[in-house]
Design a protein around this ligand. Structure first.
Ligand SMILES: *Cc1c(COP(=O)(O)O)cnc(C)c1O
Length: 396
């Protein structure tokens, strides 16, 4: 493996460790995946965090306020559109309806480009740009494509996006509006992934696929860091999160572990619940079977396009986080997730995406089964904005 010499102005103070075989490598250059085919995760052996730093964090803004936990050196600047600092809203009416007295929504639809994908893509585009990337490619179920197009534009770098032909029309227009070179394919995100890898091999474009580079997870970590800060450095009892590729879940779990190591929060860590649609639930099926890996789901379909990931590369990491946290996995029918999104939007004025609706429907189910207690603090993630899934209504 060739390694570039460290640049004199700042030496990268993190390393990469393989999640499966335990191999390690330096983070110089443009790392992809381990030789064994599994993802790298970032480790920061040289960083120390004191409670003084914790107070300083409050004075920053956006997700990059957490740079002591992120892959950025003091003299480096991120590629940013102001992502992060999204609202954490207590929802009493919705909570009363669902029998949850302390229910909160983390509204990630307020990010630039309308979804939490902004966080991961900001981190990945930042590192790749600093390492000299001149083109990007990404397969997407939708929202990651919007984010990649926008952050590529911000970095001044062209972006090729592969998405399924069934991707919501408004999402496709947003990708094109930010200058993304969008190719629609028959099939699902797995098929788009193959096209993206071929394009990367042919052109040298940097592949931003989920977990095929190590930094999107680091950006997603800020979901967990920000939540802890907004709750006064405490953590909720349970987190309900709609899952596709799994970076949000894996990133948050990594964040909580790092906060615990830093002594910025005390345990217990939240129980993590993953939510998928009945039409594509490989992680739920594997969780219920007690399996370590998820078998790919055949003929995946759901209106919640972000959840249409039949064979996630992060399956092992997700299943570990769910089990270590004492949480669980829930699949809901499309009808229920659309219904819950509509009720949530009308009752609270929050623009729920179908994926956020899935998390709401799952919270209701988990309350009914007794997995969530009535007084427990529960945070439901609305991962994107509902308007991205609606076509404009014709003016009469
Ligand atoms: C991508 C996406 C998801 C799935 O997120 P992962 O972290 O990849 O599991 C959920 N909701 C929305 C709106 C998305 O765009």
């Amino acid at each position: 493996m060739t390694q570039a010499a460290p640049i004199a102005t700042g030496i990268i103070d993190w390393a990469l460790g393989c999640v499966a075989c335990g191999a390690t490598r330096s983070a110089e250059g443009l790392p992809t995946v381990c030789e064994c085919g599994q993802p790298w995760l970032v480790r920061y052996p040289a960083r120390t965090h004191t409670l003084v730093n914790r107070a300083e964090i409050r004075r920053g803004h956006g997700m990059w306020r957490f740079r002591p936990f992120l892959p950025l050196l003091p003299h480096e600047s991120p590629v940013t559109l102001g992502e992060g600092d999204t609202p954490l809203l207590q929802v009493a009416r919705l909570g009363a309806m669902m029998g949850l007295e302390d229910l909160w929504i983390k509204d990630e639809g307020c990010n630039p480009t309308g979804s939490f994908k902004a966080r991961g893509i900001s981190a990945a585009v930042t590192r790749a740009t600093l390492a000299g990337a001149t083109a990007f490619v990404l397969p997407t179920a939708g929202n990651a494509g919007v984010a990649a197009a926008a952050y590529g534009a911000r970095a001044g770098t062209p972006v090729r996006v592969y998405a399924p032909r069934t991707t919501p029309g408004t999402i496709c227009s947003q990708i094109r509006a930010f200058g993304g070179d969008l190719e629609l394919l028959d099939g699902h995100i797995g098929d788009c992934g193959k096209a993206a890898r071929a394009y990367a091999a042919e052109t040298g474009a940097v592949d931003l696929s989920t977990l095929r580079e190590p930094y999107r997870i680091e950006g997603k970590k800020t979901l967990g860091l920000e939540l802890a800060m907004q709750l006064g450095w405490t953590l909720p009892a349970a987190i309900i999160y709609p899952t596709g590729g799994g970076t949000g879940l894996i990133g948050m779990w990594k964040a909580f572990t790092e906060l615990l190591e830093a002594g910025w929060v005390t345990g217990p860590l939240p129980r993590m619940y993953t939510v998928q649609s009945d039409g594509c639930a490989p992680v739920v099926r594997a969780f219920e079977a007690g399996a370590e890996r998820a078998e790919p789901w055949s003929d995946p379909w759901t209106v919640a396009s972000g959840l249409r990931v039949p064979g996630p590369l992060g399956d092992r990491l997700m299943l570990t986080a769910l089990r270590e946290s004492g949480g669980g996995a829930v699949a809901v029918p499309d009808e229920d997730l659309m219904g819950a999104a509509a009720v949530g939007s009308r009752l609270e004025g929050i623009d729920f995406a179908p994926e956020g609706g899935a998390a709401l429907a799952a919270a209701r189910r988990l309350r009914q089964t007794g997995a969530l207690g009535p007084g427990e603090r529960v945070v439901v993630f609305n991962t994107g904005a509902g308007w991205l899934y609606r076509s404009p209504e014709p003016i009469a």
